[in-house]
Design a protein around this ligand. Structure first.
Ligand SMILES: Nc1ncnc2c1ncn2[C@@H]1O[C@H](COP(=O)(O)OP(=O)(O)OP(=O)(O)O)[C@@H](O)[C@H]1O
Ligand SMILES: [Mg+2]
Length: 257
């Protein structure tokens, strides 16, 4: 088995989402994305990493059908999806539990069932005991975790996540990463995950799409040498992952992004 990261083999006959020559010129005339070829394999985590303005959110919105490509196509082969926005977008006048139940409620899930799903999701994100609190009473990180719990109650097949852990401190970020990996492992969910953090990209991704700017484009699509593992990054720090991090850092021009 090779220990060096390799580009993903081109054959994937049945991806959950495909971008085929999808580009984006906004109505202002601004060209945000050059044509992109990208497949999201089922039951895998695909991470998008790249500098601000390279079109990560645009790609996520295209996958969700919230934005259409100007040319080319985006095909999503499921309706069961959840979107975790860059901001937590909670309803201020609803309790944490009511916020978490909201998506399932809108989907018509019966009361008892959605209460049970909400209970599990709240526990999963470490907010048990805060069910009756209101968003204003929580920290930014706790609000983000509420938003994450809400996205889980619809039991999605596709989870679209826009920098979901960016507002968390290092400890909770690591913990939520572990929860995401557990979720992927237990439910075989397909994830499209945006981050600015190379370390997070390498920890979570089966494949990592490295993006560049001017206009946004795919620099490389990398395959991780090992599947995401639940143990903390520090305990798993093998040479192949360190190599992958260094490669991505070089592709992104050295310094931070
Ligand atoms: N509705 C819009 N109209 C015009 N330009 C837009 C629109 N939305 C985004 N853009 C531009 O398209 C480019 C890509 O934006 P996008 O939000 O996808 O980037 P991003 O990679 O998610 O950035 P960040 O890391 O800062 O969130 C940016 O230059 C942005 O200014
Ligand atoms: Mg963005």
């Amino acid at each position: 088995m090779s220990t060096i990261p390799v580009d993903r083999p081109v054959v994937d006959v049945d991806p959950l989402v495909s971008f085929d020559g999808a580009d984006k010129v906004y109505s202002s005339g601004f060209r945000a994305l050059a044509p992109i070829e990208l497949r999201l394999p089922r039951a895998e985590i695909t991470v998008l990493v790249g500098p601000s303005g390279c079109g990560k959110t645009t790609l996520l919105r295209m996958a969700a059908g919230l934005t259409t490509p100007t040319h080319g196509t985006v095909v999503r082969r499921t309706e069961r999806m959840s979107y975790v926005f860059q901001d937590p977008t909670l309803l201020a006048w609803r309790s944490i539990r009511a916020n978490v139940e909201l998506v399932a409620k809108l989907q018509g899930v019966a009361r008892q069932e959605r209460r049970e799903r909400a209970r599990k999701a709240i526990e999963l994100v470490g907010l048990a005991g805060f069910e009756k609190s209101y968003p204003r009473e929580l920290s930014g990180g706790m609000r983000m975790r509420t938003s994450l719990a809400r996205s889980l109650t619809s039991e999605p097949e596709l989870l679209l996540m826009d920098e979901p852990f960016a507002a968390l401190d290092e400890f909770n970020r690591e913990k939520m990463g572990t929860e995401l990996i557990n979720l992927w492992r237990n439910r075989r969910v397909t994830v499209m995950f945006v981050t600015h953090s190379i370390a997070e990209a390498v920890r979570l991704g089966h494949q990592i799409a490295v993006l560049g700017t001017g206009p946004g484009h795919l620099v490389r699509l990398l395959r991780s040498p090992s599947p995401p593992a639940a143990q903390p990054s520090a305990e798993r720090d093998d040479a192949a992952l360190a190599h992958l991090r260094a490669d991505i850092s070089t592709m992104l021009g050295g310094g931070g992004i």
